[in-house]
Design a protein around this ligand. Sequence first.
Ligand code: KMT
Ligand code: NI
Length: 180
Amino acid sequence: VIQAWYMDDSNEDQRLPHHREPKEFVSLDKLAELGVLSWRLDADNYETDEGLKKIREARGYSYMDFCDICPEKLPNYEEKIKSFFEEHLHTDEEIRYCVAGSGYFDVRDAKDGWIRVWVKKGGMIVLPAGIYHRFTLDTDNYIKAMRLFVGDPIWTPFNRPHDHLPARKEYLEAFVEKGD
Ligand code: KMT
Ligand code: NI
């Protein structure tokens, strides 16, 4: 339910997979080294799932809502789709649990290459505060995601560059500088 790979640098449709030739897959361990955590959960039973409950308790994810990304349900759909795909960071974790559909979360690696993380039904992903990233639907054009947050949510995106933010500096110290 979660697969990741290095992207090519073609300017074709953002909803296409953009594999390199030959394909270069990225392991979930490598994602974890960048601070990107992931789990496989039972999306058909998210209301009662003990696995989800444990993660929420352990990580303090008290807030929860759903984001249904299709033209009928998302106000200002075209505008939002565009802004999701602008490279940005947040000052808090971005936590998404795909309960239907699928989508691509692109994250920057330590050398500024794009890794495309394909999250499908049952996949939950945590992007750490301060990582540059973006989101797009894939060619199936639909995702329903649970959004989680520690306390009152702050969704503000800071488009790149925002390198002076403490969240950015802390991210680099924790996950990038040590690795090189
Ligand atoms: C975000 O912050 O990029 C989003 O909420 C994208 C939609 S969640 C699948
Ligand atoms: Ni974001």
